[in-house]
Design a protein. Structure first.
Length: 365
C-alpha cells in the first residue's frame, strides 16, 4: 500500500503538496510512497497587502523546503556518522519550491516527485515562505540563515516566515506535539513570522460625539526605519530540538513607510479604536530604537469646527519612547493607538470694580 508524505504547517500556516524524489538523490533507496504536502491551516498568515488571512495557507502562495536523510534518529545537523545526505533538495543542496496545483481542494506540489526512503532511514525537514523571498537562504546547524534581506515598500511587502525542523519522519503520521491546532495528518511544518507587524489604530481620549469638533487622520508615516539585515534562527543543538532564539543583526539602510494616506474620520465616542480604512498593516524589520537610531511616527491630522473648517497639524512620536516597544522583535505585532484629545474651552468671567472719578469741573447753568 502506498504511503503519502504530507506536510502540515502549523502556528501560522498549514501546507500541502506533492514532491518527487529520484532514488539517486542522496544515494538512498526510495520506495514507491510519494512524498506530498497536504494539510489544513492551523493559524493565520499575515500578508501586508492583503491584510490578515485566517484559514488555510493561501493557494496563491508558495514555499521552499529542505529534506535531509539520516540512517537513525537525528543526532546533530549534517552528522556524517549518521549517514547524513541531502534528499529533498536540488543537486547543490538548495531547497525545493512547492506551489499549489490549482485543484480543489488541491495540494502544494513541486516540479519533481520525491519518495519516502524504504531502507529504514529517516527524513528531517525545514522550510521558509514565501518561495520568492529576496535574499540568500541557507540552512545550517543553527537553523535558517538569511543574508541580504531588504523589506519592500508598503503595498509590496510579504510575510517572511521560517519553520521549525520536523525531525525523524518516516511516513505521513501526525506527530505534531506543539500548541497549534493540528487537525491534519502529515509532517508538521510549523512556521513563525521572521519580521514585525506594525498596526495603527485611532480614537479619542473622551466622548466628543456631541461637540462641535471633528478629527480626521490624513497621513501616518514611519520615518527612518532600518530596512536591511541578516537573520539567524538560533537553534541550540544539544538543549532542545524545538527551542530557537531567532534574531536579526547588521541592520542598516533607512526607509520611510506610509501606513495610511487619505482622509479618515476618527471615531469620537472615547472608546472605539480602529484602523483607518485602507490602511497598510506594515511588516517591517525587527530593530532596536535609541538616541543613535532615531525612528519616528509622523502623524498628519486635522481639527474642524463649523466655523473654522479644517485646521491641519503635524505631530511626531519617537518610537524609542514607547515603554514596552522600544525594540521590535520577530513574530510580534505592535499596535500603536493614536488618541486625540483637547481641553474644553471654559470661560471664567471677572468683573473689575468700578473706579470712582469725581469730575472737578462743575456743570453750571
Amino acid at each position: 500500500m502506498k504511503k503519502t508524505l504530507l506536510f502540515a504547517a502549523a502556528a501560522s500556516v498549514a501546507l500541502a503538496g506533492c514532491v518527487k524524489n529520484d532514488p539517486a538523490n542522496g544515494g538512498t533507496v526510495a520506495s514507491d510512497a510519494k512524498i506530498s504536502f497536504d494539510a489544513p491551516a492551523v493559524g493565520a498568515v499575515t500578508r501586508a497587502e492583503l491584510g490578515e488571512i485566517v484559514g488555510i495557507y493561501p493557494t496563491e502562495e508558495s514555499f521552499k523546503v529542505w529534506g535531509w536523510y539520516h540512517e537513525r534518529d537525528y543526532t546533530t545537523f549534517n552528522d556524517a556518522t549518521n549517514g547524513w545526505k541531502n534528499y529533498m533538495t536540488d543537486a547543490s543542496g538548495n531547497p525545493i519550491a512547492v506551489s499549489h496545483n490549482g485543484e480543489t481542494p488541491g495540494s502544494w506540489v513541486s516540479a519533481t516527485d520525491y519518495y519516502w526512503p524504504k531502507n529504514g532511514g529517516k527524513l528531517t525537514f525545514a522550510a521558509y515562505s514565501p518561495a520568492d523571498a529576496v535574499g540568500t537562504y541557507t540552512h545550517v546547524a543553527e537553523g535558517l540563515q538569511i543574508a541580504g534581506f531588504t523589506v519592500a515598500t508598503a503595498g509590496a511587502q510579504y510575510d517572511l516566515m521560517y519553520s521549525d525542523r520536523s525531525y525523524n519522519r518516516t511516513a505521513s503520521d501526525n506527530l505534531y506535539a506543539g500548541t497549534a491546532s493540528n487537525t491534519y495528518t502529515g509532517v508538521d511544518i510549523v512556521f513563525h513570522h521572521a519580521l514585525s507587524s506594525i498596526v495603527f489604530k485611532v480614537g479619542t481620549t473622551e466622548n466628543y460625539s456631541t461637540a462641535d469638533l471633528d478629527f480626521k487622520i490624513k497621513k501616518i508615516e514611519i520615518k527612518g526605519a532600518n530596512n536591511t539585515g541578516s537573520f539567524t534562527q538560533g537553534i541550540v543543538e544539544g538543549t532542545s530540538l524545538t527551542v530557537s532564539n531567532p534574531a536579526w543583526s547588521g541592520q542598516t539602510g533607512t526607509a520611510d513607510y506610509v501606513a495610511f494616506a487619505g482622509s479618515f474620520n476618527v471615531p469620537e465616542d472615547g472608546t472605539t479604536r480602529t484602523e483607518p480604512t485602507d490602511a497598510e498593516d506594515l511588516i517591517l524589520l525587527p530593530q532596536a530604537f535609541s538616541d543613535s537610531h532615531d525612528v519616528v511616527v509622523e502623524i498628519t491630522y486635522t481639527m474642524e469646527t463649523t466655523a473654522s473648517g479644517e485646521i491641519e497639524h503635524v505631530k511626531q512620536f519617537n518610537l524609542k519612547d514607547a515603554t514596552n516597544a522600544a525594540t521590535w522583535e520577530p513574530n510580534k505585532r505592535y499596535t500603536y493607538q493614536i488618541l486625540f484629545g483637547v481641553e474644553k474651552i471654559l470661560f471664567a468671567p471677572v468683573v473689575e470694580n468700578w473706579e470712582d472719578v469725581t469730575v472737578t469741573d462743575d456743570i453750571q447753568f
